[in-house]
Design a protein around this ligand. Structure first.
Ligand SMILES: Nc1ncnc2c1ncn2[C@@H]1O[C@H](COP(=O)(O)OP(=O)(O)OP(=O)(O)O)[C@@H](O)[C@H]1O
Length: 699
């Protein structure tokens, strides 16, 4: 039985409710911060930059006004911004700086001079805000920039879910495609379109990667790739893109949850060798250039750069020049201009700006369409695929990388643009960040810790001095060879079916009720595990079992999770050889998370720091035998744990927000000292500092 109308609507309603909660949590978080703090404190928190001046006003893609701000020498001795959290894509507001005015006068001025926009570019000394407004901006001489809660992401997700609702109800012109039907449990996935022989571009692919590629190419509507860490998800996706683009001449939209993930793919696509068999791929990257500029090659692939190189660009350039000159006049910054233009002259100039901007947008729109129409592969984050530039663009396949870190609604933004969907991710790693859930969890844990606080008074506020000889406190523990052998034996004996993705729990609830019990329970009172684990309905390698659509328990339930719940493990293929970790590191996640299916490639299975060329050459120097033994121990052990139990290494919470909030910064100096000593030991033993990374779950 396919999803009924009531199941479909219950699903949509639930998505809307969860998205609303998330939006509220985001707004609450930022507006709380903003309303409670004065400008100075906001600057200290990295949420504002004070004492700025306008350096330049220009026109950017989409006819947006780009306002470049700086720290003028009149107010600052150092032009470099203090540390801040204003990032490209953030929503921010320019306000008049009120310090020199009377409060009453200042509040009127501030209101008049407020300009909102999106942070377009950030450097150490300049920050550019892109503004969409058609009106006279009336920019203040001296201003500050304040970060705002960002609603654009939520608007696009809401829009995508509304679009889905209308499509399902038949209210939308767009077709209810087989892809949408499969994703919504209205029909099971169609049988695979068997391919006789696939000629792989990359000869080095391992069997599980080849199987995943074949599966993705043969699946008519949807296919998932489950890639544990370092198993070559990106490697596999690159081959899929090459197969689709070069062999099948398909048009592909490559998306990801983050700019980093899509740039990683783009970088690898651009580095591919070109030959008769493998022609150059026509790739365009959509997105803020400031986020994209990791290297010149990627920058060259951006829509902005490509648009600037077209023949039509010269025509738009003339209009842009005229527009910028007029804007400079209006802001009193034009050549030979003294002060701002005022009165009717100003009004007339703004009319001109409006007309010029319209003309510019028209010309630029033509350029953008022609660049995109020539692109066979478009790369964008899920969020930016919902922008104006891709509005009328259609694709054969949409690929979403890091799909297990993206909430479902954001995936729907690109899904409507294609007939087929490929998801890659790892449901066993961290789910997407969900603010509304975090808030509830904090409340729960606060309530729980309040009840036990009397018996445990020494916690985050405790400060203990670092003891002189840490080795006596925190003892390094290394898994002994016998332990690890045992692990391997155990690994061989595992039943292999205790992983979430492979579990079979026959459904016993009514299909029409949310699997989470009551609506309120489902939203908040469940444990973390509850929130992530959906009832899994099918356990079959065939993909034809009739699905049951359930409203998601929380936004942590990703589309990948949901498809696996609906269709069982047959909807995915798992990559099972990892190329990053020593086997001793790999064994634990393999056993606990991947049913013992994760194995280590021979190139990494036994590699040690001792095998590095620099540590081998350091070895030749004459060393005291004791030192040499320690060195070998440090370099010859793939994993070491420090037992700090009983050492009284207390955590400290720094920050202004006080005990009620989690906004401060957590640190544990004693643990940091242990890490520092270990790093020093590694460097002494010959490991290059550039090879060492320290990661921490603390903020
Ligand atoms: N078939 C293969 N042969 C040799 N090396 C490979 C193969 N597949 C992947 N690798 C290497 O393994 C490493 C991890 O690959 P990749 O970055 O594609 O994995 P991933 O699953 O996307 O990683 P992450 O865990 O960061 O998501 C890379 O150095 C890649 O070159």
């Amino acid at each position: 039985m396919a999803s009924s109308d009531s199941q479909l609507l219950a699903f949509i309603d639930r998505q809307k409710l969860l998205l609303n909660r998330e939006r509220d949590a985001e707004v609450e978080r930022s507006s709380l911060l903003l309303s409670n703090c004065g400008p100075r404190l906001l600057e200290q928190k990295g949420l504002a930059l004070l004492g700025l001046g306008i350096h330049e006003v220009k026109i950017g893609l989409g006819g947006k006004t780009l306002i470049e701000l700086e720290r003028p020498s009149a107010y600052h001795t150092n032009p470099t911004f203090p540390p801040h959290n204003l990032r490209t894509g953030d929503l921010a507001r320019i306000e008049a700086n009120i310090t020199t005015k009377s409060k009453k006068q200042a509040s009127t001025d501030t209101k008049d001079s407020t300009v909102e926009g999106v942070v377009y570019k950030v450097s150490d000394t300049r920050i550019v805000l892109a503004v969409d407004s058609e009106d006279d901006l009336g920019l203040p001489e001296r201003c500050r920039l304040v970060k705002l809660a960002n609603s654009v992401t939520y608007d696009r997700m809401d829009h995508a879910i509304e679009h889905l609702e209308k499509t399902i109800k038949g209210e939308k012109d767009s077709e209810l495609t087989p892809l949408i039907k499969v994703l919504m449990g209205m029909m099971p996935p169609s049988p695979l379109n068997k391919l006789e022989d696939i000629s792989f571009f990359d000869e080095s692919l391992n069997p599980s990667q080849k199987e995943a590629i074949r599966f993705c190419l043969e699946s008519p509507e949807v296919a998932c790739i489950h890639g544990p860490p370092g198993t070559g998800k990106t490697h596999t996706l690159i081959e899929i893109i090459r197969q689709l683009a070069s062999t099948s001449s398909k048009r592909i939209l490559v998306c990801g949850a983050s700019n980093l993930s899509v740039d990683n793919i783009l970088e690898r696509l651009l580095a591919l060798p070109v030959s008769d068999k493998s022609p150059r791929l026509r790739v365009t990257r959509i997105g803020h250039p400031a986020r994209v500029m990791t290297h010149q090659g990627i920058l060259e692939a951006t829509l902005d750069m490509k648009a600037a190189r077209t023949d039509q660009a010269a025509l738009a350039k003339d209009v842009k020049f005229e527009l910028e000159t007029t804007l400079a006049l209006l802001s009193g910054k034009g050549k030979g201009v003294k002060g701002k233009v005022k009165g009717t002259e100003r009004k007339k100039l703004w009319e001109e700006v409006k007309a010029l901007r319209k003309e510019y947008r028209k010309r630029e729109g033509g350029i953008v369409s022609s660049v995109l129409n020539e692109s066979q592969i478009v790369v964008a984050t899920c969020h930016s695929s919902g922008g104006r530039q891709l509005r009328n663009q259609e694709f054969d396949v949409v690929i979403i990388d890091e799909a297990t870190q993206a909430i479902e609604a954001v995936c729907w933004i690109p899904i409507f643009k294609a007939k087929k969907l490929i998801l890659a991710g790892d449901p066993m790693q961290l789910p997407p960040t969900v603010l509304s859930l975090d808030k509830r969890r904090k409340q729960q844990s606060k309530a729980a810790s309040a009840s036990s606080s009397k018996s445990q008074t020494k916690t985050s506020s405790g400060k203990s001095k670092v003891k002189p000889n840490l080795a006596k406190n925190a003892t390094p523990i290394r898994p002994s060879p016998s332990n690890s052998r045992k692990d391997e034996e155990n690994a061989g004996n595992g039943s292999g079916d205790d992983v979430k993705g492979e579990m079979a729990i026959e459904d016993s609830k009514s299909p029409s009720t949310p699997d989470s019990g009551t609506e309120e329970e489902s939203a908040g009172s469940g444990s973390d595990d509850d929130a992530k684990s959906e009832t899994i309905v099918a356990n079959t390698k065939t993909r034809s079992k009739m699905p049951i659509l359930r409203p998601s328990r929380s936004l942590e339930t990703t589309l990948f999770d949901r498809l696996e719940s609906m269709y069982g493990s047959g909807i995915k293929r798992m990559l099972n050889v990892q190329y990053r970790m020593h086997n001793q590191i790999c064994t634990f996640p393999s056993r606990t998370l991947y049913s013992n299916k994760l194995t280590s490639h021979s190139s990494v299975a036994n590699h040690l720091l001792l095998d590095l060329p620099e540590t081998q050459s350091a070895n030749t120097s004459t060393q005291a035998s004791d030192d040499e033994e320690t060195r070998k121990e440090i370099l010859g052990t793939p994993i070491t744990f420090f037992d700090t139990a009983g050492c009284e290494y207390f955590e400290r919470l720094d920050g202004e927000s006080g005990g009620d909030s989690d906004e401060g910064s957590r640190c544990n100096e004693n643990e940091a000292t242990v890490v520092k000593q270990w790093v020093e030991g590694l460097v002494e033993a010959g490991v290059g500092p550039e090879r060492i990374a320290v990661i921490t779950p603390r903020r």
